[in-house]
Ligand binder design. Structure first.
Ligand code: AMP
Ligand code: MG
Length: 339
């Protein structure tokens, strides 16, 4: 497999691979995506096998123009047009009723399809050159934290895909918001992400959260939300907000022989005793977008470090903080009993 640097000639080459039914990883503004021609069943199957992704977890299709959307959905309600005009290109996926020549496995057997237009020059050029929408989940092994650099993709998928376009680190660092508009009267967030509930509400009025996001005994409407996700191999623990309690937990773990990997803001790092710990900064506590963009790199970095347990700082579930907490809680779900 090849890693190629971002320049227009290289994007032409990658588009040729896609036209031939190969899979290629590319940067978007959220995380790196693993793309295939969304109309080619064999190509889409390669995504599932490269990632080890369960076949009932549908893929988002990525378009570079609004006209492409018409080919794949039965109807675009006014609410969807508003979202497209405010947030596209950008990190908001819209779920609508599907039609047309999409490969069967893109939608995991559902009658709906998730579509977005990414806000990244490489992604847009690649889709345009390929001449087809690209089915593209995050370019990680299923279950692992999503990749925010080409090196992360290489760590997970080396030898399993045709190539990677290296466009540097991604911006948002967390995946898109998945917004269900199949019933436009009740716009529903199936997965929080790069566009917040507050931003969507400014445009649409009332916006709902899928019941599963508040109560995990409810079945999720987004099939992917039921799987293990975003998890490094080492156990992840969410620290208490209070710094005295946090320090107590760090000390307790050290006494048990652990090396804590601290994934915390600069402000919290200054309050914690960092002796015999490994530290990865989430940036300025007052800027949750910095924590969002660093979370996956931190989980991966600490997983590879000498830390034996990862202790991550919680943020307020507002704006991008809501997506940050959703991912962190998923990563921490499989916390080791031994802690
Ligand atoms: P990923 O591309 O890996 O970030 O995952 C895509 C997410 O979008 C998963 O949680 C999917 O379950 C969700 N998704 C994609 N298409 C649909 C759809 N048609 N209906 C509901 N959720 C979807
Ligand atoms: Mg993913």
């Amino acid at each position: 497999m090849e890693t190629i640097n971002w320049n227009p000639a290289q994007v032409d080459e990658a588009a040729d691979w896609l036209k031939k039914g190969e899979v290629v990883a590319f940067p978007t503004e959220t995380v790196y995506g693993l793309g295939a021609d969304a109309t080619n069943e064999e190509a889409v199957q390669k995504i599932y096998s490269a990632k080890g992704r369960p076949s009932d977890n549908p893929l988002i299709i990525h378009v570079s123009s609004l006209s492409q959307v018409n080919e794949f959905v039965t109807h675009i309600p006014e609410e969807a047009k508003l979202i497209m005009s405010h947030f596209w290109p950008g990190p908001c996926t819209i779920v609508l009723n599907k039609k047309g020549p999409l490969a069967q496995s893109v939608t995991g057997g559902l009658g709906t399809v998730g579509i977005r237009m990414p806000d990244h020059p490489v992604a847009l050029a690649l889709i345009e050159k390929a001449g087809v929408p690209l089915a593209a989940p995050s370019a990680n092994s299923s279950g692992k934290p999503s990749p925010t650099t080409a090196a992360h993709v290489l760590d997970d998928l080396n030898g399993r895909i045709r190539g990677i376009i290296d466009g540097g680190a991604t911006g948002v660092g967390l995946e898109s918001t998945v917004l269900d508009l199949t019933d436009p009267e009740t716009p529903t967030i199936l997965r929080p992400g790069g566009v917040s509930l507050e931003e969507l509400s400014e445009v649409l009025g009332d916006v709902y959260m899928d019941a599963h996001l508040q109560d995990d005994t409810q079945a999720p409407k987004s099939p992917g939300m039921k799987y293990r996700h975003y998890s490094p191999d080492k156990p992840v623990y969410i620290l208490p907000e209070d710094s005295v309690q946090a320090e107590h937990i760090v000390d307790q773990l050290k006494r048990k022989g652990h090396i804590p990997g601290l994934l915390v803001s600069e402000q919290s790092a200054a309050l914690l005793n960092q002796d015999k710990t490994v530290f990865f900064s989430l940036g300025d506590k007052n800027k949750p977008s910095e924590a969002a963009s660093r979370l996956y790199d931190g989980l991966r970095g600490l997983d590879e470090s000498s830390a034996t347990v990862i202790l991550a700082e919680p943020y307020k579930p507002l704006g991008i903080g809501s997506a940050y907490m959703n991912r962190l809680e998923k990563a921490a779900e499989w916390i080791s009993e031994s802690l």
